[in-house]
Write a protein that binds this ligand. Structure first.
Ligand SMILES: Nc1ncnc2c1ncn2[C@@H]1O[C@H](COP(=O)(O)OP(=O)(O)OP(=O)(O)O)[C@@H](O)[C@H]1O
Ligand SMILES: [Mg+2]
Length: 105
């Protein structure tokens, strides 16, 4: 059975992004970056949305399919975030729980 581990805290600067990246790597699970604060985990991973032509997570949710993670080498696989996440509707009815296991930030 797949599980989703969520890393979240109200307080800023307490290590959420760092923990999510490390945890996903150690669990050999994809990191799904739901956060958008200048890029957070996706940027630290090396992803630059400015160079991409898609919005992997939002596009997958809009098309009612599971997102395909980017493959990480010596780092976790990643479903990257996008600035549009800051005003997206991520309710369960919109398919949030279609993600197949992993660590969510
Ligand atoms: N276990 C740790 N020990 C020491 N420093 C840490 C640890 N985890 C994270 N840090 C450092 O603390 C700072 C904040 O970490 P991080 O960006 O992961 O926090 P955050 O909760 O995601 O912050 P934000 O709320 O701004 O998104 C970074 O400089 C990071 O390198
Ligand atoms: Mg962070």
């Amino acid at each position: 059975m797949s599980k989703i581990v969520t890393v979240a805290a109200y307080k800023g600067g307490v290590g959420k992004t760092t923990l999510a990246l490390e945890l996903a790597y150690l669990l050999n699970a994809p990191l799904v970056d739901f956060e958008w604060d200048s890029g957070g985990a996706s940027r630290r991973w090396g992803y630059r949305y400015e160079r991409a032509h898609t919005r992997p997570l939002l596009d997958a949710l809009a098309q009612d399919r599971a997102p395909k993670p980017l493959v990480g080498h010596r780092k976790a696989d990643l479903v990257p975030g996008h600035p549009d996440l800051s005003h997206a509707d991520l309710s369960a009815e919109n398919g949030l729980f279609g993600v197949d296991g992993g660590v969510a930030l």
